[in-house]
Design a protein around this ligand. Structure first.
Ligand code: GH3
Ligand code: MG
Ligand code: MG
Ligand code: MG
Ligand code: MG
Length: 337
């Protein structure tokens, strides 16, 4: 289209090259005991669009940090001040508020080298010798704010990544239908439980639970009615076992493994009986349809005497499975162990 005239071209280039205002939404804390110097610095920053908080000395700055610390994006501090010097103030902010990436720029009169080293050891990001040019102050703030902003973005990305990792991890160990653990988790976690059991010499009990004539549920009311029964079954199990300690995982289609750590045979039997009764005593509602089911349970307990030899998890589950078969053979709605 129409060619640019020189003035327009320069304006366009200027627009492109002009960086996004770094000060946008940023807050500075200016700590300086000399009120004239403080007002000058504050004025420069306000002109650049920063929100400015002021403190007369390190101690006051520290108090402001305590209350509004999270809002502060850059600190400009004098070195020598009553009550608390700039280096002590800087160190305390870094350490007590865990703000390792916060830009802290120290204003000093012509410093000697040991003083400078002290200032950097206290954790300041940069220093500026007084009197300084406005442009230099702004240039340094701009550089540090840019790095700060990038560091913030990185932190946010890492947090988001952690969250999505946690979601993926949860999905990978959860049975999507019932929300209990899946077989992935079962294999890995049972191994850990057994190691702990061995270390502390406490018993552990395993219960394999299988719904009776579950095929009939599917055949009579449909597959999604069957799904609702599975969900209810897991709910009843979770309501019956101890929270935090006991856990349940889906072992197969309608078979669930319940792990009862630190539980001997007698207690496990009582718990499983309670569970059997709870299942048999409840009617599961599928829409208008009341569905009654029972379940059979195979129980096996590993007591401290057995723990000297290593017990593969599948052998333990096999033992529970054997008793489950016995419970089925003996008429269902039973606990065998
Ligand atoms: P038994 O008393 O001997 O255990 O009889 P059963 O009918 O429960 O026996 P079986 O173990 O042979 O049947 C299990 C059925 O569970 C077969 C399968 O179609 C069904 N099933 C497995 N997973 C699911 C599921 O996620 N949803 C539904 N609705 N049914 C499932
Ligand atoms: Mg802000
Ligand atoms: Mg001073
Ligand atoms: Mg069954
Ligand atoms: Mg089965």
């Amino acid at each position: 289209s129409k060619p640019f005239v020189k003035g327009e071209l320069l304006e366009a280039v200027d627009r492109i090259l002009k960086p996004v205002a770094l000060s946008e939404g940023m807050t500075a804390l200016v700590v300086e005991d000399n009120v004239v110097a403080r007002k000058i610095v504050a004025g420069i920053l306000i002109q650049e669009g920063l929100r400015v908080l002021e403190a007369e000395n390190g101690l006051e700055g520290y108090e402001i940090f305590k209350n509004n610390g999270d809002d502060i994006d850059v600190v400009i501090t004098d070195l020598f001040m009553p009550h608390m010097n700039g280096d002590v103030f800087s160190r305390r902010i870094r350490q007590e508020f865990d703000r390792w990436d916060l830009p802290i720029i120290c204003l000093t009169a012509m410093p000697d080298q040991s003083e400078l080293l002290k200032v950097f050891k206290a954790g300041v990001s940069d220093y500026l010798v007084k009197p300084f040019a406005k442009e230099e102050l702004l240039a340094r703030i701009t550089v540090h704010l840019e790095r700060y902003r990038l560091s913030r973005q990185l932190k946010e990305k890492i947090e988001a990544l952690k969250k999505s990792n946690e979601k993926i991890r949860k999905l990978s160990i959860t049975d999507p239908l019932t929300g209990c653990y899946n077989r992935n988790y079962l294999t890995a976690h049972l191994e850990k439980e057994l190691k702990r059991t061995r270390r502390y010499g406490s018993p552990i009990s395993l219960v394999l639970a299988d719904i009776d004539f579950f095929k009939k549920v599917n055949d009579t009311w449909g597959h999604s009615a069957g799904d609702q029964v599975l969900i209810a079954f897991v709910r009843i199990i979770k309501e019956t076992i101890r929270k935090e300690v006991d856990w349940v995982a889906r072992y197969g289609g309608e078979e669930f493994l319940i792990v009862l750590p630190e539980t001997d045979f007698k207690d496990a039997l009582a718990c499983t009986e309670r569970l059997r009764k709870a299942v048999a005593g409840q009617v599961i509602h599928y829409g208008e349809e009341p569905i009654a089911v029972t379940a059979s349970f195979g129980l096996t307990c590993l007591d401290p005497g057995d723990l000297k030899e290593t017990f593969p998890t599948d052998r333990l589950i096999d033992a529970a499975d054997k008793y489950l078969y016995l419970a089925k053979e003996s008429g269902r709605n039973r606990v065998e162990g």
